[in-house]
Design a protein around this ligand. Structure first.
Ligand SMILES: [Zn+2]
Length: 252
């Protein structure tokens, strides 16, 4: 079991390394497969031993071997984060289509979150991958006997809630259409209960940070919201059923 866990973790780190390429190149409208990985400062193409996730960063002391320019610690962070997320999902759902589905969704959410942090924008190219995967997994769910009506309900929930936010605030203040896009593709992977909980949690997480920033006197700071959606969805996937049970026990 330890060996399998280690393999899943390493798989996550390797994928995380590829996500770094996506996160850097998609907003720059560059191809994600060509050219080969290179230093973003001096352009030197990286040798195979410089492409080992996390370890290369550590052994090079966080610097490019050519120009000595510092490499952002965000790169090993994304690799480590992806490894941890994959491992947690695997520990929760084991070898199952469920694991595969949630690993795919969380991968897209990690890429979209990091791009949102870097550019304050949601790229449709990334969401598109989320929609395509979501449709494939939905079809699998329905073939396994899941109800189409339940799927439709999952998608209606973010539409209704965000529509309500729009009507109340007369504008998407803080919530962009990009955020709605992320909620919508996430809904394809989740039950109505879990997407509802995800939206609720992401608004709480965002609200808590907004209050902290306000107390620190940084009210005007613009906050990217996709990371909160991602964290809300992840919490709902892993602890959703326990949270809902706890809530029902409290009110009943
Ligand atoms: Zn360099």
């Amino acid at each position: 079991m330890i060996i399998i866990m280690a393999l899943i973790f390493i798989l996550g780190i390797v994928f995380g390394s590829f996500f770094n390429v996506c996160i850097y190149r998609i907003p720059r409208e560059e191809s994600i497969t060509y050219p080969a990985s290179h230093c973003t400062n001096c352009g030197r193409v990286l040798k195979p031993y410089e492409l080992v996730p996390i370890l290369s960063y550590i052994f090079q002391g966080g610097k490019c071997r050519g120009c000595k320019e510092k490499i952002s610690p965000i790169y090993p962070f994304v690799e480590l984060l992806t490894g941890i997320v994959y491992l947690i999902i695997f520990l929760r759902f084991g070898f199952s289509v469920e694991s595969l589905k949630y690993i795919f969704l969380c991968s897209i959410l990690i890429i979209s979150s990091m791009i949102d942090i870097n550019t304050m924008e949601v790229y449709f190219k990334v969401s598109m991958a989320g929609f395509v995967g979501g449709i494939i997994f939905s079809v699998l769910d329905i073939l396994k006997g899941s109800d189409l009506k339940v799927k439709v309900l999952s998608i209606l929930i973010p539409l209704l809630i965000m529509g309500l936010v729009y009507i109340v605030s007369k504008k998407y203040d803080g919530f962009g259409l990009g955020d709605l896009e992320v909620y919508l593709f996430s809904a394809l992977y989740l039950s109505p209960k879990l997407i509802l909980l995800s939206i609720f949690l992401s608004i709480i997480y965002g609200g808590v940070l907004a209050i902290i920033l306000m107390l620190l006197g940084k009210r005007k700071m613009h906050i990217p919201f996709v990371p909160f959606i991602a964290f809300g969805v992840f919490t709902a996937i892993i602890f959703g059923n326990q949270i809902i049970q706890l809530y029902l026990n409290l009110i009943l």
